[in-house]
Design a protein around this ligand. Structure first.
Ligand code: BES
Ligand code: MN
Ligand code: ZN
Length: 486
């Protein structure tokens, strides 16, 4: 699908279908198609009782007119509309257009719409066209793709940027949706190498032997029960000129989480192929950064492992020395994400970045606290957290900060024979997990941890998401990094 821009009079365009966005009870956008069409459409809308509530779509055929079909799409109450509304509604529009087998369409936005919504419309269109059906035999008529979307009078650069970002988010979704028999630590590392080659990034992969030589025994322990050994993946983007900053993105890459010896019950094990979502988001972000080329040095680091029960698996009671010298006691092998990330965060800290963002499907407790659609945000730096929260509002990725200052709660991971234990009990489980991670972040580095256990996976189709992996985290991290270059 091509997403482009059309400038000037829409009447000059040979196009049979148009999508027109209107606010609730305010259909002024229609006049952009000319008086004649506008009057006819408004009359039809009145007959249908169309109000323009968010996501409401009305298809109006116009026999013997230049534009034969107008889709009027509601944005909802003008006072409540934000950037993400444009993203969601554009996705719903493209899903409908696809279903109706329209090949070429013009999108018309309300007058006075700004740059960010332009980008969001492009993102919505690309995200909304996504499907993961490579393992399904498709009938001829199911194979339809929209060929071209033109957006009326918008900034070309904003649209192109939206397309690049959304395509990378779809790439992340594809990877998340691949099952554990296809993506394991080794094939994930191969994918990273392929990405690096395509986009001229540096890529270094460390195998299980090198991981042990580097004293990353926490990462190694988590992976050692699997027939497929763990990998540490390190992608680097360096700008041509002098970098304004250096940032590291860390992703949890559990290609499958069975729980290990503390094996999960069947119902909970289902969908655990998505436990690599943080890693997939990191790959998506690196893909965008390589194309948008900001003057910022960006590292993407992934701890890839498969958590399996076996005779070589790590066990409850094990005490493991992590890369930074701290000892971890294993209480529960199913709390493997934090053990993996302990070493990855230590490794990341040695690069001496100003900031680290980690993304991890870390705890079910975070979903209990915030619901499935919001990521937990944890930090050692209030101003860094504020920046991310501000960006996330723009990108429509919901985040909510949970507190890290409860020293009584912190004591729960500081029990037992080692420096830290890998669980902190039932209450505040997302917070104690984050506190555990904090033990491995280097002195003076600003750090934000996003627990994406909920929003990384969607149980249903909603807005620009379809059932499955969402690619959550790509848009926010990209936007944040691009702002570091301003
Ligand atoms: N990968 C899971 C967390 C998870 C749960 C992600 C549901 C997405 C959906 C993680 O490794 C895990 O198993 N966490 C345990 C921790 C517990 C043993 C302390 C959990 O949340 O139950
Ligand atoms: Mn687990
Ligand atoms: Zn896990």
């Amino acid at each position: 699908m091509k997403v482009g821009v059309h400038k000037g009079d829409p009447k000059s365009l040979e196009i049979k279908s148009a999508v027109v966005f209107v606010y609730e009870n305010d259909f002024k956008t229609l006049s952009r198609l000319g008086r004649g069409i506008s009057t006819k459409v408004k009359r039809a809308l009145e007959l249908e009782g169309f109000k323009g509530k968010e996501g409401q779509i009305e298809r109006i055929p116009l026999p013997r007119q230049r534009v034969e079909i107008v889709y009027v799409v509601g944005l909802g109450d003008k006072k409540k509309v934000n950037t993400d509304t444009f993203r969601r509604v554009s996705a719903l529009a493209i899903k409908r257009i696809k279903r109706d087998k329209v090949e070429k369409v013009l999108f018309v936005l309300p007058r006075g719409t700004k740059n960010k919504p332009f980008q969001a419309v492009a993102e919505g269109v690309v995200l909304g066209s996504y499907s993961f059906d490579k393992y399904k035999e498709k009938k001829e008529e199911e194979r339809f793709e929209v060929k071209e979307v033109l957006i009326q009078d918008v900034d070309k650069e904003a649209v192109n940027r939206g397309v690049v970002i959304a395509e990378a988010q779809n790439y992340a979704r594809d990877l998340v949706n691949e099952p554990g028999n296809v993506i394991n630590p080794i094939t994930l590392a191969e994918e990273a190498k392929k990405l690096a080659k395509e986009h001229k990034l540096q890529c270094k992969v460390y195998d299980e032997k090198q991981i042990q030589d580097m004293e990353m025994l926490a990462l190694w322990s988590v992976g050692k029960g699997s027939a497929t050994p763990p990998r540490l993946i390190h992608l680097t983007y360096k700008p041509k000129g002098k970098a304004k900053d250096r940032i590291v993105l860390v992703g949890k890459g559990l290609t499958f989480d069975s729980g290990g010896l503390n094996i999960k019950p069947g119902d909970y094990m289902r969908t655990m192929k998505m436990d690599k979502s943080g890693a997939c988001a990191v790959l998506g972000i690196m893909k965008v950064i390589a194309q948008l080329k900001p003057n910022v040095e960006v590292h993407g680091i992934i701890g890839a492992a498969e958590n399996m029960p076996s005779g070589t698996a790590y066990r409850p009671d094990d005490i493991i020395r992590a890369k930074n010298g701290k000892h971890i006691e294993i209480d529960n092998t199913d709390a493997e994400g934090r053990v993996t990330l302990a070493d990855v965060l230590s490794y990341a800290s040695e690069l001496k970045p100003s900031r680290i963002i980690d993304m991890a499907t870390l705890t079910g407790a975070c979903m209990v606290a915030l619901g499935e659609y919001t990521a937990g945000l944890f930090t050692n730096s209030e101003d860094f957290a504020e920046e991310i929260k501000e960006v996330a509002k723009e990108t429509g990725e919901r985040v909510w900060e949970l507190p890290m200052d409860d020293d009584r709660l912190r004591k729960k991971i500081k029990k037992g024979p080692a420096d830290v234990v890998n669980t902190g009990g039932r209450y505040g489980g997302a917070i104690t997990a984050a506190m555990f991670l904090e033990e491995f972040v280097g002195e003076g580095i600003k750090w934000v941890h996003l627990d994406i256990a909920g929003p990384a996976w969607s149980k249903e189709d909603y807005g620009y998401y379809t059932q499955g992996g969402t690619g959550f985290g790509v848009r926010t991290c990209v936007e944040y990094i691009m702002r570091l270059d301003k």
